[in-house]
Design a protein around this ligand. Structure first.
Ligand code: FE2
Length: 295
């Protein structure tokens, strides 16, 4: 990679959203409202009066989107997105690097500008330029609500078949910078984390040996929410779960291999949200794993 190419790459300034299909958008919205405390939600209706798309605010530039299930018993992840400074310049840039892009950018359902590309695993990746009259910016004054446990989408994780191909896309073309890599079994790599080029938040490759089951995909295709204190969140979540016994799983606490305290919760379709503290629990850093990728 040359310096000139780096200099030409338009800025990617944040993680914007993840979009999941849901067997019951209403139930998922209740989960985000009641458990996560995300009260600011935008629902678009289909002609028959049902919800066609729903957006859950994390902050004025980050959200979770839910869409009605397209097919039962399939991967819940539909797309994820990055916030860019200028959608048109990054469209031109990606085209110059051989990425298939549409002929033009367009305004989406949220009123923001953007376009879609596909990553090496076929994930739909949206490059979003948030506009002041788009959502959630136009509702930013209200915020996600006083009960929101997190106001920061800290990382987005997704299944990756070939680390090498994903590195070529996310590192070499988009300009992400590797932060850390780890292994669950110390034999092959499990996770690679790459920081966005112009932001401190990151993406997480979820590498696998065997084709993941649907339950596993719900764990892989997930997002991290920054919280100041895991014990405080655990206590709050446990209390909120008592009031809603239909939440499908209990909260799972652990200290990750990355030494961050974290707690997992799952939406009604098994999609994982990972509460996480920004720093490691003891201030030290786990060295990156020196084992090979699964393939
Ligand atoms: Fe994660």
């Amino acid at each position: 990679m040359t310096m000139a190419k780096n200099a030409q790459r338009p800025k990617i300034i944040g993680l914007s959203h993840m979009t999941f299909q849901s067997s019951s958008v209403e139930k998922a919205l209740a989960y985000y409202r009641d458990l996560h405390g995300y009260e600011e939600q935008l629902c678009l209706k289909s002609p028959d009066g049902g919800i066609s798309r729903a957006f859950v605010m994390i902050n004025d530039a980050q959200w979770v989107e839910l869409q009605p299930e397209r097919a039962p018993k399939t991967d819940r992840l539909i797309q994820f997105g990055f916030q860019v400074e200028d959608a048109e310049t990054i469209r031109t840039y990606l085209a110059s690097r051989g990425v298939a892009v549409p002929d033009s950018i367009s305004r989406g359902a949220t009123g923001n500008l953007g376009f879609l590309v596909k990553d090496p695993d076929g994930h739909q990746v949206e490059l979003v330029q948030c506009l002041a009259d788009g959502w959630p910016a136009r509702a930013a004054g209200r915020g996600p609500g006083p009960r929101a446990l997190s106001r920061c989408l800290m990382h987005m994780g997704f299944d990756v078949f070939s680390m090498e191909k994903s590195m070529a896309f996310y590192r070499d073309i988009l300009g992400c910078v590797e932060l850390w890599r780890g292994s669950s079994d110390e034999r092959t790599l499990s996770w690679v984390q790459l920081k966005l080029p112009d932001d401190r938040n990151y993406i997480e490759f979820m590498l696998y040996d065997e084709t993941p089951t649907l339950e596993r995909l719900g764990v892989f295709n997930h997002f991290g929410l920054e919280v100041p204190s895991i014990p405080a969140v655990m206590e709050e979540v446990a209390g909120r779960m008592k009031g809603s016994p239909w939440f499908p799983r209990r909260v799972e606490y652990s200290v990750g291999k990355c030494r961050h305290r974290l707690a997992n919760v799952f939406d009604p379709d098994g999609t994982r949200a990972e509460f996480m503290e920004r720093g490691t629990f003891d201030g030290s850093v786990t060295p990156p794993a020196a084992v090979p990728a699964p393939r």
